[in-house]
Ligand binder design. Sequence first.
Ligand SMILES: CC(C)(COP(=O)(O)OP(=O)(O)OC[C@H]1O[C@@H](n2cnc3c(N)ncnc32)[C@H](O)[C@@H]1O)[C@@H](O)C(=O)NCCC(=O)NCCS
Ligand SMILES: Nc1ncnc2c1ncn2[C@@H]1O[C@H](COP(=O)(O)OP(=O)(O)OP(=O)(O)O)[C@@H](O)[C@H]1O
Length: 452
Amino acid sequence: MFFWTRPWTTQVLVALASSDKAMPTIPEWIFEVWMDSFLLLPLAIVVGQVHIRLSASLKLPKAVRASLPPAIWTLLLQCLFSDVFFRLLLWSVAGLVDLQEDTIIATTDGWKDHWGWNGPFILFTVRLVVAILGVAVGETFFPLVLTGGIACGKSTISKLLAEKAQFHMIDADKIGHQILLPPWHEQLNQPDALVTPNDSVYVRILETFANDADQAAAAATENNDSKLGTAVAGIHDKHPLLDDDKNIDRTKLGARIFATPAERQKLNAITHPKIFYCLIKNMAKSLYFGNDKPFVCAEVPLLFESGALRYIFGMVLVVACTETQQFNRLHKRNPELSVEECQKRIESQLPMTVKVQRADIVLWNDQDYSSLSSNNKKEEESDEKKKGAPQEEDETVKAQREAALSKQVDKAVRMVRQKTGGIMETTLSRLMLLLSASVVLSACFKLFTGNV
Ligand SMILES: CC(C)(COP(=O)(O)OP(=O)(O)OC[C@H]1O[C@@H](n2cnc3c(N)ncnc32)[C@H](O)[C@@H]1O)[C@@H](O)C(=O)NCCC(=O)NCCS
Ligand SMILES: Nc1ncnc2c1ncn2[C@@H]1O[C@H](COP(=O)(O)OP(=O)(O)OP(=O)(O)O)[C@@H](O)[C@H]1O
């Protein structure tokens, strides 16, 4: 019976510790439970995570998901590991110690003798509880991700998800902004900061995007053997990317990197690993501590472009609109950008159609609720007057847009719940189901072995 199989870790340790049937010095049951958790818990976490991802991405029907409780998968896998690894390890250490298989079996029998017919039942129950615990942890670590093209409406949807659907949102753009700040910036020392001073890439950006090679080299040399403050002191006044407060001016940096793909790659090579690291850190923190909202969702504009990032998330929500709408919204929001610059920013990302294809859930934001659209004349005047400055939004239009988008958001939340089978809500019912199964199996075992 698989639940009788001793985990390979226990078997090998018992085997190594025993030259002639010696039992481990700690009480057998503590040893057993500890070794079980040692192997089972990480295994169950992985199974929980894989299960939830398969459910999301393969769009498995609910009936199939319900019929394969992940804790059972965990126990089956453990059983397989027990057998395969145990035999492999036994074989590999056979030359080092005088091992005989009956030594180990005898120890297992000793354990059985100690607990009588309850042995398998207790062992199975312990494993079950550990497996369920691990699966629950694995499934809970199921961050959602919201992405989409530039200016499609991610922030608008993100705000609605946070306010109306109890989503805890983590914004990768915000992390991207904070890592550009100098390490001594007060914002990085606030309790709600998403990054720490150590995560700052300020100096690296200044070095990489310095005006000429000499300046970069000088800054780099100084940086190696002096404190950070003095390292950048030499380039502060002249550096083309700094504003009057000696912070990196994102408008200038943006103009530079969106104009040249090579420059953009240089920036991405510095910022993306840090954004990746800070995202994981913040998500882990929000998933397990100090967050009482049912869903954790990261807003990551360059999810598909960045490659590896995709694999830390479960379900992908894509905000989409038509390409014309995207261009118009970007141009309207950033009137300082020329038509060509807007085009370049859009082209620096994967096309909208590809993002839509790769989505698990698409949130269409393709109804146009433009600010001032109720009054075209006013809009034209305003366009003229306000050239170069972002436009204020009409409150009525904003409210209208949010009401329309709320329906999309509700639909998306319903789909998230359906596809994952409710995540947290089902954990309790699984626990009940599996505990009943353990009682039935134990009864079968008793009948099977004649220990009635
Ligand atoms: C280029 C920078 C300085 C522009 O700052 P700015 O405040 O003007 O814009 P903001 O950060 O709000 O970005 C607006 C949008 O531009 C797009 N965008 C930003 N960086 C990039 C990039 N490297 N490649 C393609 N698109 C990008 C995204 O859709 C983003 O939502 C800034 O975006 C940045 O530091 N980017 C590099 C870090 C990054 O890749 N951030 C995206 C997080 S996944
Ligand atoms: N349905 C809509 N109708 C008209 N304008 C809209 C609509 N949705 C969003 N907008 C406007 O489009 C602009 C971009 O929206 P938003 O900032 O939410 O997009 P984003 O995807 O977060 O942008 P970015 O990629 O730059 O972070 C904003 O000025 C917003 O007011």
